[in-house]
Design a protein around this ligand. Structure first.
Ligand SMILES: NC(=O)c1ccc[n+]([C@@H]2O[C@H](COP(=O)([O-])OP(=O)(O)OC[C@H]3O[C@@H](n4cnc5c(N)ncnc54)[C@H](O)[C@@H]3O)[C@@H](O)[C@H]2O)c1
Length: 411
């Protein structure tokens, strides 16, 4: 099942639990606006090349739409649609005053030089600048894009609308980015994990963790878990997987990754088959890489008691069913990885206030938002007798439905 079908299914299930009117349900599902633009740029050798860019703006009933822009060879409109919708529910779960959007350009950023990427980003911004904005739609980095991409969007947008740092988040600090933004998704994952474990009378200290993916989210989650006394016993990235039953020395692994760029060659553990990582014995499994990695082929063999969905959509619906029958507790993606968008919201607030927060304030506010959202989800689970995924979906969908109804339908 692809990401759109799975998201729609979760949404429809939540709508049924909430007893939403069928017309309201349909209206919440259909995106507010779908944008498709052609971006033609000269390459460095003078030849012309065209790419297709998308922006799906899903819902704005609770505030400006918010979501990443990805540069990837396979930017598929269906997937962008699903991810835009997920952002609507995610911002509502986190209770930040935003709707949801997502966008991207179908290109392989590795095939483009820095100046070609800059031209492409500027042309894309020229095509959509009237449709994004501080109070309309606020993009952020995603796969294949970064703080530099946001700096180019900010610069191009400002040519049309005047200096507007709040039009994008995930910017370089020198251009109004927030302290703590880089670590925010991994830190949010750890705050969510702490709240979940506390509910079960446990804490991170002395628990065993397996982490798939050692990029931005996975490496920050591993670092913070290690600092809290958790034992990270296996980690993987695209180059392979390592394990150490005594606990991997994460600061050493981070140092190794900084020097070599990957986990390959790390001496502080044994190399293992990456396919075995997800079914490795542990208390907590944290997928931080790709979607769909837990599926009918491996779900029955998962040994973790808790799964924290740091990646988007790592568990497909078949695996979800198998895992819940086994009693595995899953902290769903629309909550678990909401730390990034929450600190993006703090960045936007700081830009609008023209007042920069220190990092301790960013981190303590993030903890407050993540902990509050966890207990809001638990309340929905109790009210509707459902699991955490449906607790999160019903919470998000209900908040968006209420905002939509309050705004009314009069043209
Ligand atoms: N960065 C954020 O703020 C953020 C926010 C919300 C959700 N997410 C989601 O979290 C996930 C990770 O994002 P990120 O920003 O850390 O990305 P990243 O590109 O920094 O890191 C991805 C990591 O996954 C590894 N990886 C790729 N393919 C793999 C494979 N087959 N097996 C094992 N590891 C593999 C890569 O080597 C890398 O270590 C994605 O699903 C993303 O959508 C990220």
């Amino acid at each position: 099942m692809n990401a759109l079908a799975a998201t729609n299914r979760n949404f429809r299930h939540a709508a049924r639990i909430l007893g939403l009117d069928s017309k309201l349900e349909q209206s919440l599902l259909i995106p507010f606006r779908e944008i498709k633009v052609e971006c033609t740029i000269p390459k460095d050798d003078g030849s012309l090349v065209s790419y297709v860019g998308f922006r799906v703006q899903h819902d704005n009933s609770r505030g400006p739409m918010k979501g990443g822009i990805r540069y990837h060879r396979e930017v598929d409109p269906d997937e962008v649609n699903a991810l835009a919708q997920l952002m609507t529910w995610k911002t509502a779960v986190a209770d930040i005053p935003y709707g949801g959007a997502k966008g991207g350009i179908g290109c392989n950023p590795k095939d483009l030089t820095k100046s070609e990427l800059e031209r492409l980003t500027r042309v894309f911004t020229q095509k959509i600048h009237d449709l994004i904005g501080i109070h309309t739609d606020v993009p952020a980095p995603d796969m294949g894009t970064n703080a530099q991409t946001m700096a180019w969007i900010l610069d191009e947008y400002s040519k049309f609308h005047g200096h507007s740092p709040a039009v994008v988040t995930g910017k370089p600090i020198d251009l109004g980015g927030s302290l703590g933004r880089e670590a925010a998704t991994g830190r949010g994952v750890v705050f969510g994990t702490e709240a979940l474990l506390a509910e079960h009378g446990k804490s991170i200290k002395n628990m065993t963790f397996v982490i798939q993916g050692f990029g931005n989210v996975g490496s920050w989650a591993a670092k913070l878990i290690h600092e809290r006394g958790g034992k990270v016993i296996a980690v993987s990235d695209i180059t392979g997987a390592i394990r150490n039953p005594k606990g991997i020395d994460i600061p050493e692994l981070l140092q190794h990754k900084e020097t070599t760029g990957s986990l390959k060659g790390f001496q502080g553990g044994d190399f293992m088959n990456p396919d075995e990582l997800l079914v490795h014995e542990c208390d907590v499994l944290i997928p931080c890489a790709l979607g769909g990695v837990l599926n009918r082929n491996n779900a029955a063999d998962v040994k973790a008691k808790f799964i924290i969905e740091a990646a988007n959509h790592p568990t497909d619906p078949e695996a979800d069913e198998i895992l819940s029958k086994k009693g595995v507790v899953i902290l769903p993606d629309i909550y678990a990885n909401a730390g990034g968008v929450t600190v993006s919201y703090f960045e936007w607030v700081q830009n609008i206030q023209g007042f920069m927060w220190d990092e301790d304030k960013v981190n303590s506010e993030l903890q407050r938002y993540m902990t509050r959202a966890f207990y809001n989800i638990k309340n929905m689970c109790q009210t509707h007798d459902c699991n955490l995924r449906m607790g999160a979906f019903t919470l998000g969908v209900n908040r968006v439905a209420r905002a939509t109804l309050l705004r009314g339908w009069e043209a």
